[in-house]
Structure formats: structure tokens, C-alpha cells
Ligand binder design. Structure first.
Ligand code: FA5
Ligand code: MG
Length: 329
């Protein structure tokens, strides 16, 4: 179903089309087709592959961390520049800040390009274990694994000093080891036995930083970024004496692996041949491809009399269709 422009609501806050798209503002680069994705919230539909995978990840965390992780999936994707970039230490001259890469509503307001935009506020609110799921927006190219609107889940865990002191490791190594163990466990929970590898990378907000790749359809597919949180972020938000880890999962990428979905564009399909293949809580389903063309029904009804035989009808049909006509059902 399409969102109704005038009725977007996040966490009880109403947002109108004018709040997002302003025709007279040259700094606004949010096109209508992107605006129409706001408020759809595929990740909150229990029978959609993104909702199913979100719930499966929740199960993993609830089971392994005795419900300690607080969950947020309704935070507004409209955030300040400060939330999206400054709060997570993205440098002033970083490409991700450009109008070419990010959707700007006005010079101080963007559509979040990652769920990391919510780390600082949640830390300040006193949360030490949290998961944030949401739609994120990037002026990215479109292909089978990239789409300008996709979904991420942020995970964040803060440790108290006694937790790493007992381990005999330094705080950073302890946190990195715990992070990798957590995410490898998650991958096994979702996929069972799967080929995966860690790749070192860079993020402004973590150090060290890693990406996890999974082998899928003869290629390595990047499914998440993560790392040990920069101490500066903890310091600014009242957690100077702690250490933390964070991750950002690409939910479509994980769902593609789990359900064998070959193309990211399918997640937006309202076609019943897609939506009817998934149901709440069912992880074992493998996607069955269908024609790219919309369904098209051409039925003919007619009256018959007692002298009708099936072969009479077949002859009439073959007279028109030739050998293309195959089966009577
Ligand atoms: C980030 O967005 C970081 N905020 C993740 C993070 C969080 C790192 C916390 C450290 C700590 P990245 O741009 O790599 O990182 O995106 C994360 C994941 O989102 C990717 O691994 C991929 O799975 C997914 N992703 C990125 N771009 C797209 C896209 N255009 N379409 C679909 N999925 C995408
Ligand atoms: Mg990446």
C-alpha cells in the first residue's frame, strides 16, 4: 500500500509533505519518488521479509542477552546534520555530506543516511544496550544490491570497566573480540553454516573498524559495518569511563541471503507473487522467481451444447495458435 502523504507519523509526531519537500527551496534535493517511501516502514511489517529478519535478529539478542537490548524501530528518518554527521565525528569535508550523496531537506536537515545518526541521543538518554531499525536514504546508484532507500539495524553495547578488567585484555581488544563473537553468532543463528569473512575498513566513528562479507551467488556480499566506538563519542555523551562497540547491518542484504532473493528492488514490490511467499516468523522459505511482467488474465467464456467434445475446442484453438497451445487444464 502507498503511504498517504498527509499522514506520516513517527513516534507520534506527524510529518506533512511540506515538511520534507519544498518546491521553492533550491537546497532541497528530495524527489517525490523518494518522499513516497517515507512512512512505508517495510521493517515494521511482520509478514514482509524485512520485518521477518528484524524479528529473527531480535530473537537472537533476546535469547543471548536476556532481553537487555532496548529496541527502537519508529525513530524519524528526518534528522539534523548534527545527528547524521557531527555526532558521529564525520569530518566537515567528508563526501557523504555532499548534496551529491545525501538527501537534504534544508541546509540543516537531511534524510538519515545511516542509523548511526541515533547513537548519541540514545547514549545521552542513558541506554547502554540498544538496537535501532529504520529506513535510510542515500543518493546511490541502483543495481541488484544497491537502492537509494534501504534499511539498517544499528546495534550498540556499552561495557563497564569491570567487564574487560576481568578478562585480562585491554578494553579495545576485549570489545572487538566480543563484537565479532556476537555478529558471528548472529550469522549462524540466521543462516546456519555460511561462508563469511572479516575485512578491515574505516569509519569515522569506530576504531578499529570491520566489515562482514558473506558468500552469496558466487560473490562476496558486504552485509554490515562495525567496530569499537571512538572514545570521543562516549566522552561527549557521559560515558568517559566505558568502552563500547557498534554495528550497522544492511537488512536487505541479510534478507537476500536468507530468502535467496536475487534483487534488492523486489523488497518494494506489492505484487502478490512476491508478498504471498513470506509469512510471519517463517525463516526457512526460499524465494521462487516469477516473471518480470505483471499478471495478465485473458479468460473466454462460452456456451456449449450436447455435441461438444474437448477435441472440438482444441481444434478451434490450434487453428488460431498453431503448435504454441500446449495444455488443457
Ligand atoms: C554504515 O552505514 C555505518 N553507519 C555502519 C556502522 C555502524 C559502522 C556502526 C560502524 C559502527 P555502510 O555505509 O557500509 O556503513 O553501510 C552499512 C551496510 O548497509 C552495508 O554493509 C550494506 O549491507 C548496507 N548498504 C549500504 N549501502 C546500501 C545500498 N545502497 N543499498 C542497500 N544496502 C546498502
Ligand atoms: Mg560499507
Amino acid at each position: 500500500s502507498q503511504p498517504i502523504y498527509s499522514a506520516l507519523e513517527y513516534g507520534g509526531v506527524k510529518i506533512t509533505k511540506q515538511d520534507v519537500v519544498r518546491d521553492d527551496d533550491p537546497t532541497n534535493n528530495v524527489p517525490d519518488n523518494i518522499y513516497s517511501k517515507l512512512g512505508v516502514q517495510l521493517h515494521r511489517r511482520d509478514q514482509h521479509p524485512l520485518g521477518i529478519i528484524k524479528n529473527a535478529i531480535y530473537d537472537y539478542f533476546d535469547t543471548n542477552y536476556s532481553n537487555k537490548f532496548n529496541k527502537f524501530d519508529d525513530l524519524s528518518p528526518i534528522v539534523s546534520l548534527k545527528q547524521n554527521f557531527d555526532d558521529v565525528l564525520v569530518p566537515e569535508d567528508h563526501v557523504s555530506r555532499s548534496y551529491n550523496d545525501t538527501y537534504y531537506i534544508d541546509p540543516q536537515t537531511v534524510l538519515r543516511c545511516h542509523t548511526s545518526a541515533h547513537q548519541a541521543e540514545l547514549l545521552r538518554d542513558g541506554h547502554t544496550h540498544f538496537l535501532v531499525t529504520g529506513d535510510v536514504y542515500r543518493r546511490d546508484s541502483i543495481d541488484s544490491t544497491h537502492y537509494p532507500v534501504f534499511h539498517q539495524m544499528e546495534g550498540f553495547r556499552v561495557f563497564a570497566p569491570d567487564e574487560w578488567e576481568a578478562s585480562g585484555m585491554d578494553a579495545t581488544s576485549f570489545s572487538a573480540a566480543d563484537l565479532k563473537k556476537c555478529l558471528e553468532g548472529l550469522a549462524r543463528h540466521l543462516f546456519g553454516d555460511v561462508e563469511m569473512r572479516w575485512v578491515d575498513t574505516y569509519f569515522p566513528f569506530t576504531n578499529p573498524s570491520f566489515e562482514l562479507e558473506i558468500y552469496f551467488k558466487e560473490k562476496w556480499l558486504e552485509v554490515l559495518g562495525c567496530g569499537v566506538t571512538e572514545q570521543e563519542i562516549l566522552k561527549r555523551n557521559g560515558k568517559s569511563n566505558n568502552v563500547a562497540w557498534a554495528f550497522g547491518l544492511g537488512l536487505e542484504r541479510l534478507a537476500m541471503v536468507l530468502f535467496d532473493i536475487p534483487d534488492i528492488r523486489l523488497f518494494w514490490s506489492n505484487d502478490e507473487r512476491f508478498t504471498s511467499q513470506f509469512s510471519k516468523g517463517r525463516l526457512g522459505v526460499k524465494f521462487k522467481p516469477f516473471s518480470k511482467f505483471p499478471p495478465c488474465y485473458k479468460d473466454i467464456s462460452f456456451w456449449i451444447n450436447e455435441s461438444f467434445t474437448e477435441n472440438n475446442l482444441c481444434e478451434v484453438v490450434r487453428g488460431v495458435a498453431g503448435d504454441l497451445a500446449e495444455e488443457n487444464t
